[in-house]
Design a protein around this ligand. Sequence first.
Ligand code: FAD
Length: 492
Amino acid sequence: MKRVVIAGSGNAALCAGIAALEQGADALILEKASVDEAGGNSRYTAGAMRFAYQSRDELLILLRDPAHEQLDRTDFGSYPKKKFADDLIEFNDGQPLNDLQEILVNDSYNTMLWLTDHNIGFDPIYSRQAFLKDGRYVFWGGLVLEAQGEGVGLVAAELREFLRLGGQIQYECECRELVTNDSGVGGVLCNSPAGEITVTADAVVLGCGGFEASSEMRRRYMGEKWADVKVRGTRHNTGAGIEMATAIGADMCGRPDGCHAVPMDLHMPDFGNLDLPEFERKNYRKICYFLGIMLNANGERFLDEGENFRNYTYAQFGREILNQPQEFAWQLFDSRVDDLLYDEYRFAETSFVEADTLGDLVSKLDGVDAESALHTIQEFNNAIDPAKVFDPTILDGRCTAGLSVDKTNWANPLDAPPFKAFPVGCGITFTYAGLRIDKNAAVLNRDAEKIPGLYACGEMVGGIFSTGYPGGSGLTSGAVFGRLAGRTAAQS
Ligand SMILES: Cc1cc2nc3c(=O)[nH]c(=O)nc-3n(C[C@H](O)[C@H](O)[C@H](O)COP(=O)(O)OP(=O)(O)OC[C@H]3O[C@@H](n4cnc5c(N)ncnc54)[C@H](O)[C@@H]3O)c2cc1C
C-alpha cells in the first residue's frame, strides 16, 4: 500500500488526505500546530466557496437543507464557467488563464459535489452575499454558498471524514526538511514532541500554507512596507513548505509581492484569533466601504469605493490602505446604511466614533486633517447624481461626477445623522507567490521537470492569483488542488 504523508491540516491538506485514502493509500497528516491551533487559515474563514454553476438545481443538491422555506424567496442567478474565468482574467495582468486557473474553473463544481459526497454540508450565505429586494433574497457577486459552521465547521467535517476513512494525524509535528533518495522525495524530517524524527513516505504532499505569517519572508518577497502588517489568520504559515521545496530545487512562480490583503480594524491584534463563542467570532474585518466613503490622513478619498461588488475589491483594498500616508484610513457611514453594515461592524471590540454632525465627526477622526475631511465629504455629497436609485444587489450606477476620484456605484450623500466612522488598516490574508506545480499538482524544478514524489496544494501554490482575487476562491482552489494532489500522490 502506498504511504502518502501530508504537511498541514487545513482545507487543502485534508482534501489531499481524503483523496489519497479514496485511492486506497495510507495517509498521514503532520501538523505543526497543537490540536487547538491546527486547521490553518481554513479554520478562520467564513467557509465561503466560489464555484461555477448553471442553475438553481445544481445548487440545491449541494445544500444541507434543500427544503428550507426561505429558498422559495431566493434568487441565486447563475455563475457560468465563463463568468468565473472572466473574473480571474480581470486580475491576470493582461494574461490569458493558465492551466491551473483553467482547472480551478472547470473542476470547481465537481469538487463541490465531491465535498458533498464526503459529508460536507453547505448553506446559502444570506447574511453577506444577498440583500432583500421586494421581499426576495437576491444574491450578487457570484458567491452563494458557505460550509456549515463556516471555516471551523468545514475543517471539523473534513477532519472527521479523513479519520473515518482511516487517515491519521500527528499534531505538534513541524515539517522542516524534505528527505530525498535515489527515486526522489522519500520522507520528511520533523520536530515532534518526541524530538527530531524522520517520517518516510512514497509521496509527500505539501499543504502547509503560504508565507504571510513570516515577517522576514514578507520583507524578502514583498518589500519593507509589508514587514510589519497585521496577519488576519494563523501564525503558523511561515512559508516552511516553500522553503523546504526550494531547498531541493523546486521552482517558484507568481508575483512575489502578490497577496490578499483586506481593510481591518486598525486596532486588531497582530494575528487572527479563534476566539469563537459558537461561531460569533471577533471579526476585525471591515469591508462595507462600498456603502460609504474612505478618507486618508489628508482627509482625502483615495479610491473608488464602489468600483465593483466588494467580492472583487476587498482583497485589493488592504494594499491601497497600506499605500496611504501613515498606512491607515477611516470608513464613514451615515444612519441610512447602518442596517446594511455587516455584523463585523457591531461586535463589542469594534473601534469607531460617532457624532450627530459632520463637523463633530471629522474632529473625532484621529490623525486626519479635519478641515480637509469636511471639505471632501461636502464635495462628495454635492457630486452625486440622484437620478439613479440606490440598489446594492446590482452595479446601480448611482455615481458621483467631476471628483478627482469618483465613486462609480452606491453613492449616497452622508447627510443622515448619526454618523459613524471606523479606523482601518491593512491585514494580510495570504500570499500569492508559491511553488510551481503541473496539471497534476506535481512540484516542478527550475528546469520545469517533476520532482518525483513531491506534490503541493493550497495557498503555497503560485500562479493561481495574480493582481487580485474574486472572494471565495481560496478554499475552492485548496479543495480542487488538494483533491488532485492527494489522488496523484496515491497513484504515483
Ligand atoms: C480571516 C480569513 C478569512 C478567510 N475567508 C475565506 C473565505 O470565506 N473563503 C475562501 O475561499 N477563503 C478565505 N480565506 C482564505 C483561505 O483561508 C485560504 O485560501 C485557505 O484556507 C488556504 O488553505 P490551505 O489549506 O492552503 O492553508 P491553511 O488552511 O492555512 O493550512 C495550512 C496548514 O499548514 C500548517 N503548517 C504550516 N507550516 C507547517 C509545517 N512546517 N509543518 C506542518 N504543518 C505546517 C498550518 O498550521 C496549517 O494547519 C480566508 C482567510 C482568512 C485568514
